[in-house]
Design a protein around this ligand. Structure first.
Ligand code: ZN
Length: 244
């Protein structure tokens, strides 16, 4: 890992980012280039192939044989909060689920079988050691939860899904009856992480892993407005124990 990090500085500077292309276009007064998805995918993979895959053949040869991720992570589908980017994860480090508002519903064999399958496989087959639920600032899913009930707009799936965090919303509103706007949203975003951690306890494999001390649960919160990552204390009082 340290070898990988140390070599980062020597990586090719030709980073395939659309933002760079747009910035260059703006500087030269040219019009924004048309978005070419195939070109973007090809350039992105080429960058990874040169700077990662070809550079660390032993690492990727081992990884081809088996994965042994230490983490199972739940993060939001929001394009700004990928744990791979913000926590500098390499392939093989984290088994992952990303969904709207980074929610984990309680154990239910009749619903949410995708989430259940991920937890079951991660613990029983991959033997992950840590489950991390990562919330984030300005979450659209939590914003939608706060707007419910909404008689004007309805969605086929979103409202039902974000309602998984309804207990968090109710708890925050009863504890902070005067909170509103961004303050209320931040409190619910953090409490929702706690709600998901509590829901994780309803999975028998999680309970067994915790009892055997082979598993840990961690709550995290990424604030992309000020670029901060907090580890949330799991006592549900939303007190950060570590500020990074
Ligand atoms: Zn979100």
């Amino acid at each position: 890992m340290s070898n990988y990090l140390n070599n980062e500085a020597t990586a090719s500077t030709e980073i395939p980012r659309n933002e760079n292309e747009v910035e260059n276009a703006n500087q030269t007064g040219l019009e924004k280039p048309a978005f070419d998805p195939i070109k973007r995918i090809e350039k992105g993979f080429q960058f990874f192939k040169i700077n990662e895959f070809n550079k660390y053949p032993d690492y990727y040869r081992q990884l081809a044989e088996k994965q042994e991720p230490k983490f199972l992570m739940f993060a939001c589908s929001d394009s700004r909060v990928s744990p791979t980017n913000i926590l500098n994860l390499r392939p093989g480090e984290a088994f992952m689920n990303r969904n709207i508002a980074n929610l984990v519903p309680a154990f239910n064999k009749l619903r949410y079988s995708d989430i259940g399958a991920i937890i079951e496989y991660a613990i029983l087959a991959l033997k992950v050691e840590v489950i991390v639920v990562i919330g984030h600032s300005r979450c659209g899913g939590i914003q939608r939860l706060l707007s419910l009930p909404d008689k004007k707009t309805s969605y086929d799936f979103i409202d039902d899904w974000v309602s998984v965090a309804k207990p968090a919303k109710e708890k925050v509103i009863s504890k902070h009856p005067h909170a509103s706007g961004e303050e209320l949203q931040t409190l619910v975003e953090k409490e929702s992480v706690m709600n998901s951690l509590v829901n994780l306890l309803s999975y028998p494999y999680v309970r067994t892993g915790l009892a055997d001390k082979k598993l840990k649960l961690i709550g995290g919160y990424y604030d992309f407005v000020c670029g901060k990552f907090e580890i949330l204390a799991v006592d549900s009082d939303i007190k950060p124990t570590i500020d990074i």
